[in-house]
Structures are given as structure tokens and as C-alpha cells.
Design a protein around this ligand. Structure first.
Ligand SMILES: O=C(O)CCC(=O)c1ccccc1C(=O)O
Ligand SMILES: [Mg+2]
Length: 347
């Protein structure tokens, strides 16, 4: 953290939109879609999002259904940034991406990997409720067999206890994981685990995800030195510019990831990855490969492990074909109005 800003000295820009377009404009251009998944992920079989077409392009508003309006406000700020402001200038024109393997049985690993094409990095979900450490070890081993030279990382989504994480990451030690993402819950939990692993000679780097994107203060991880790197996502952090500010202030290496978006949302992650001064890791932006459909005809899917930095425009026929039911459309438009009120109150 030598020449980077120290998180103690920094105030982040708040999540708000100084030039919020009128709600009626948002409702006028909103399209609600329901996209079927090819592989079940986060207990989700279809992914619903609300898309916005503004003067600068298309934006996505897709907070997960269980998120409350205050948490969803950051996602709306990100969608408005994309559609009304546009993205900052890129410093690279293609983004290395990882394949993402959900908590499937080891026998399904080859089929899941095939959807991503050739990649040099794979993220494997572990610690799924109802599964055992043996299931995780078998899934990781199946990926290692399929791709002997790939960098492998695991993501527990805070699903392990401290003891379970120590046991699992010790068992996975011989795999030489690139890092373990949010192995346990909470910033103190990450810091304690990191310490315990070091004492046992397990040097797997620890990445913080939920402790950045769902925390009141996304910089507390860095201040507490609770992780070796941070995962950043444009939508939950309030947009590309605010996510860039988080990375600059944190002074830790950052990996950009998605929230299971359509190609419109992935475009935001690509813009973030393209604008970061340093991009030391492949990004979790290949997830369109887990969907069975998309709102564009030319999806942002990895080719030889990379995504090109280029704009995406939804196809009118795909938008019609994927239109959500009238009930779900009403639910999303009501949510848009409530979350808009949260953002407007912060201006
Ligand atoms: O990072 C990736 O490889 C893909 C994205 C991903 O894992 C994800 C997608 C939706 C919600 C949460 C997560 C997560 O990183 O925990
Ligand atoms: Mg994660």
C-alpha cells in the first residue's frame, strides 16, 4: 500500500445520483425481462432484471429479490450511470475472465466448463448448504483434471464456519488455490481465519466479496487488513465510478465480478475492469455462459478466455420474447419507484 491512498484518509463518494432523471422517464424506458438459467446458481432458475434505455446507452437494475430498498439503491445508481452518464474511458480493450462453476456434482463439471470455452482461470463454488467437504474436494478435483494448468479459486459465499474453513482450505492446500473468496462471514471472521491459516502454514490468499459489496463501509476490509484482495462489482457498489473510487482507496488488488447479469449488466463490469489502473486477476464476468438466453443477439461471452470491451444493444425481439409476466413487471416497476425514492432522498 505504498503509493496508494490509505483507506483511513479517504472519504468515498456517497451512493446517490446528483442528476437523477425524473422517475417518469425511467418508467417510460424500463423493460423487465426474465432470463432462464442454463445452470442453477444461487438457487435461481430464472434471472429477472429491469433494463433502462437512456441517452448514453442501456443500464441494468437487477438487485436480487430479497434485497431491501436501501441496498437496492446502489444498483439503481449504477443502472442510471450506465444509461444517462455512460462509462469512463477504458485503459485496455479486452478483459481476461474466469469460468464460474456452480455447486454442481463433480460429474457435471466438464459440461459446465464447456459453456465457457477455453479459459486460464476457474472459480468454483464451495460450501453449498446441504453438501459436504467431500463434494467440494471432488468438484475442485474434477476441474483440476479437466484443466491441469488453470489457476483455480474457490468461493464459499461465507458458507463455512471458522473451523470448517480451516479444515477445507487445509485439505485444498495441495491444489494451490489462487485465492479463497469470502470463506467465512464478516470482516473479523476473515481476519481471524487468515491468521489461523498462516499459523498452520496454509498461505492461500483471502479475498473479500460480501464484506465489500454488502458492507455499510466497503473500505473497512482494507482498514482491518482482513483480506489480501477485494472483489468488486459495479452494481452493488453504486456504479463504475464509485467502484473505481473504492479500489483506489482500498489500496488492495481487485478482481471484478458480476452479479449474474444479462450482457447489459456485464457491460458495466467490463467497463469497470477496463478502467482500473491495474488488473492482476481474471474477472468473474463470463457468467452469461450460465444463462440459457440473453437480451442481445451477440452476447458478451468469453472468446479464448477474454471479453472484448464493446457496447451492447438489446435486440427488440429478444426483449419481447423474454418479457416478464405482467405480475412480475408490476413488482419490478413498484420496486423501481420505491428505490428511486430512496435515492432521491439522498440527493
Ligand atoms: O465471480 C464469478 O466468477 C461469477 C459471479 C459470482 O460468483 C456471483 C454471481 C452472483 C452473485 C454472487 C456471486 C459471487 O461472487 O458471490
Ligand atoms: Mg463471491
Amino acid at each position: 500500500m505504498s503509493d496508494a491512498a490509505q483507506p483511513d484518509d479517504v472519504t468515498l463518494p456517497p451512493v446517490r445520483s446528483a442528476d437523477l432523471p425524473p422517475l417518469a422517464d425511467l418508467q417510460d424506458v424500463a423493460r423487465v425481462v426474465s432470463v432462464p438459467m442454463r445452470v442453477r446458481f444461487r438457487a435461481t432458475e430464472t434471472r429477472e432484471v429491469l433494463l433502462l434505455r437512456g441517452p448514453a446507452g442501456w443500464g441494468e437494475f437487477g438487485p436480487f429479490p430479497e434485497y431491501d430498498d436501501a441496498e437496492a439503491a446502489a444498483w439503481l445508481a449504477a443502472g442510471i450511470e450506465a444509461a444517462w452518464t455512460g462509462y469512463p474511458a477504458p485503459v485496455r480493450d479486452r478483459i481476461p475472465v474466469n469460468a464460474t462453476v456452480p455447486a454442481v456434482g463433480a460429474d457435471r463439471v466438464p459440461e459446465v466448463l464447456a459453456g465457457f470455452g477455453p479459459v486460464g482461470t476457474v472459480k468454483i463454488k464451495v460450501a453449498e448448504r446441504g453438501q459436504s467437504l467431500d463434494d467440494d474436494v471432488a468438484r475442485v478435483a474434477a476441474v483440476r483434471t479437466a484443466l491441469p494448468d488453470a489457476d483455480l479459486r474457490v468461493d464459499a459465499n461465507a458458507g463455512w464456519s471458522h473451523e470448517a474453513a480451516v479444515e477445507a482450505l487445509t485439505a485444498l492446500g495441495p491444489v494451490h488455490l489462487q485465492y479463497a473468496e469470502q470463506p467465512v462471514d464478516g470482516i473479523d471472521g476473515l481476519a481471524r481465519l487468515r491468521e489461523a491459516l498462516r499459523e498452520r502454514g496454509v498461505d492461500t490468499p483471502i479475498a473479500a466479496d460480501e464484506s465489500v459489496r454488502r458492507a455499510d463501509d466497503p473500505l473497512r476490509v482494507a482498514r482491518a487488513r482482513a483480506a489480501d484482495l477485494i472483489v468488486v462489482k459495479a452494481a452493488p457498489l453504486g456504479g463504475v465510478r464509485r467502484a473505481l473510487a473504492v479500489v483506489a482507496a482500498a489500496g488492495l488488488p481487485a478482481v471484478v465480478s458480476s452479479a449474474l447479469d444479462t450482457s447489459v449488466g456485464i457491460r458495466g463490469g467490463v467497463a469497470l475492469a477496463a478502467a482500473l489502473p491495474d488488473l492482476p486477476y481474471a474477472c468473474g464476468l463470463g457468467t452469461v455462459a450460465l444463462m440459457a438466453d440473453d437480451v442481445v443477439t451477440d452476447s458478451l461471452r468469453p472468446v479464448d478466455g477474454y471479453l472484448d470491451v464493446c457496447d451492447v444493444v438489446p435486440d427488440p425481439d429478444r426483449l419481447d420474447a423474454l418479457a416478464a409476466s405482467p405480475e412480475r413487471e408490476r413488482w419490478w416497476r413498484d420496486r423501481l419507484a420505491r428505490v428511486y425514492a430512496v435515492l432521491a432522498a439522498r440527493v
